[in-house]
Design a binder for this molecule. Structure first.
Ligand code: PEP
Ligand code: MN
Length: 328
């Protein structure tokens, strides 16, 4: 049977979604006759593969190992903004794990607004992430900033993060769609919910269903916070899409004292998890130290979240003890 131009396929859970663009009922009818179609959905959306109709129960995305986002379990992903050294990442992963994080974050390539700011350790940072992953067994999440380095980053990390500044870099979105790794897709700070879902659609249309959306704040007229964390977008996306959505209250607010209230609000509004900046010594951080939680604040957040989530019928992974000498 000829495949109409622009047809895309994506496996979501146990079903294969075939999107036939435009007004072309014939192929669907032929597939129906062959007994191959479970159901046909009218294409009323400009992001049909991400539409909730494609997987009404919501999808669960594996991050590597037993870590997942979506479903009953609330996923914490924590770590410093930037990879600075093996020692810093080693201390960070112990902290992250003790608080119940299922994955470690850390940027090797940092897309900074100023060319004079710390740009990240680059390849060296990737090697540190891979070493920490091997030593700790925790999946690692790191940002990929251009299509040329997708394969390299995919070799070293479990999850590919697309940052807010690249949220509509369509070449990059297609490239991570082919990389065979789950993708953490930040919302562009100037993007509508519809544009964000269409960005995710690029990744799914390239054959990769494993996309986790991340609300990290949008630009508004309000300078009291670094960005304006749009928690209503979380509720909108949960309604419109089957993809899991997490919230980054660190980049969203820019101030560590605001991270906890916004994190709790994110849990209450129905987010599937959080991406949180933590650092063993925030004053020495080379990037975004003002928004990083220290040990005490991080453990306090995890403890309070556990209570809030229980009352919502959801679960947070229990923290694992830190190596000897660093008891909580
Ligand atoms: C980050 O998470 O390190 C980051 C740079 O975030 P954003 O792209 O949301 O600014
Ligand atoms: Mn940052």
């Amino acid at each position: 049977m000829p495949t109409p131009h622009g047809t895309t396929m994506c496996r979501i859970g146990d079903q294969l979604l075939v999107h036939v663009p435009g007004d072309q009922p014939a192929p669907a009818e032929a597939l129906h006759e062959a007994g191959l179609v479970r159901r046909t959905v009218a294409d009323h959306s400009d992001a049909p593969l991400t539409d909730r109709e494609a997987a009404p129960l919501g999808s669960v995305v594996g991050l590597g190992g037993s870590a997942t986002v979506g479903g009953v379990d609330f996923a914490l992903i924590a770590g410093p903004c930037a990879v600075e050294s093996h020692e810093q990442m080693s201390a960070s992963v112990a902290m992250a794990r003790a608080g119940g994080a299922v994955a470690l974050r850390g940027g090797a390539y940092k897309p900074r607004s100023s060319p004079y700011s710390f740009q990240g350790l680059g390849d060296e940072g990737l090697r540190i992430m891979a070493k920490i992953r091997a030593e700790s067994g925790l999946p690692v999440v790191t940002e990929v900033v251009d299509a040329e380095t997708v394969d390299l980053v995919a070799e070293h990390a479990d999850v590919l993060q697309i940052g807010t500044r690249n949220a509509q870099n369509f070449t990059l979105l297609r490239a991570v769609g082919r990389a065979g790794r789950p993708v953490l897709l930040k919302r562009g700070f100037g993007c509508t919910v519809g544009e964000w879902l269409q960005a995710a659609e690029y990744v799914l249309a390239a054959g990769n269903p494993d996309v986790v959306l991340c609300e990290r704040g949008i630009r508004s007229f309000e300078p009291a916070t670094r960005f304006t964390l749009d928690l209503s977008a979380v509720a909108v996306v949960k309604h419109r899409s089957h993809l899991p959505v997490i919230v980054d209250p660190s980049h969203g607010t820019g101030h560590r004292h605001l991270v906890k209230p916004l994190a709790l609000a994110a849990a209450a509004v129905g987010a599937d998890g959080l991406l949180v900046d933590i650092h063993p010594d925030p004053p020495s951080a080379l990037c975004d130290g003002d928004q990083a939680l220290d040990r005490d604040r991080w453990f306090d957040l995890a403890d309070t979240l556990r209570d809030v989530l229980t009352s919502l019928g959801r679960r947070l992974a229990p923290g694992e003890p830190e190596p000897a000498g660093r008891a909580r």
